[in-house]
Design a protein around this ligand. Sequence first.
Ligand code: ZN
Length: 433
Amino acid sequence: MTAAKRCRLLWLVPTAVVIAIGSATLFRYQGILLPVRIASGSMAEQLWGPHRLVTCAECGFVFRCGLDAEAPLQLATCPNCGFARNDLSRAVLHDGQRVVIDRWAYVENAPRRGDVVAFVDPVNASELAVKRVMGLPNEAVTIRRGELFINNALYRKSLEETKQLAMLVYDDAFRPTSKRQLPLRWEGDGDATGWQATRDGYRWTPKNENVPADDWLMYRHWRCYASPHPRIEESPVADNYAYNQGLSRELHEVTDLLLSCEVLLADAGEAAFLIHDGRESFILRLAATTRSAELYRGEDALERAVIPNHIDPRDVTIEFGVIDNQLLLAINGETLIRREYIPLDGPLQPTSRPLGIAGRLGECSVGKIRIYRDIYYLNAFRGDWPWAAPAPLADDSFLVLGDNSPLSNDSRHWPESGLHRKLLIGKVLMPRR
Ligand SMILES: [Zn+2]
């Protein structure tokens, strides 16, 4: 079918079907593309139900608070800077997001892992739901410490899959402007540092060009959720959802992190990027002269990639992540390194300073610094103890999970976990971000 025909069909069906309406109503419309409106926040932050759109009064960061779990005092805590007195009653109320379901998608092809699908709720046939396929037929799925295991092996996401599920932890473009002189979240090491904050990032100037030592700009994380602790008290990253302001539950430390930033290097300049996985540090070293990107585990070199010739190594956007026990590196959107590793033994000891950026030899600037965390799956009781599907998924059955794990009612809650293919309505065409 041509794109033009598909678009025309869009106009033939109503544009305000609510996802939670009775299925009979939905089936009256026989279009291949079916516009619907999301009615709950179980897929937030990727899809939104009815919500209030809040602009933080201190840092200007814009975030959504779902009506499913509204804050009782109508005060919302900014997930970016932790300011806790954003007035929800002044925030604009928005309907659930509109999306389009492609009913043709699974007529011949089976759903793939990561697809967002619409289906008739197997527990309540009068309702429709939207979730993400994470388990395929005949697979045994478990959840342990926030991670998904398929047939007892940790499921390792690609960088693209990671980005579909990632939650923004801190965007340095939105620094708080409080009169209380809050410290910067990225900070150099005392007076000796060559790092200086600029309007849209940080610039490093070598104090002694002949000393090739790393000069670290370290990130410190604050609790950016409602808490009796002072905002600037440091804390490891947690599985917080700004969308669920009114939901009271235990939070869990998250060590799977992704750093994204733009880097400008002088001809002789080098930059390094550090991520701590809760047990040890991994370092990425970028050098313009040798066009190299090298990964280190502590002092040990792990892998080296050459920056392709069509990329100017002095002006790059990097995405560097430690996700699902693997190291991921993309430069200008091209994945150059994806390397699995076996984590060290011993208890996890997450730090409140899990990320760093270092300059070396020549000048270096970084901007558009964003930190993301991986999704952290919970069991059906919003706890952290392991969960296992009661049996491997049957033929033609899929395991579906909501991206908003604390709020979602999905395979974890159903007696048989699996969603039979006959209940599928179609594939949700995800809006571009
Ligand atoms: Zn803020």
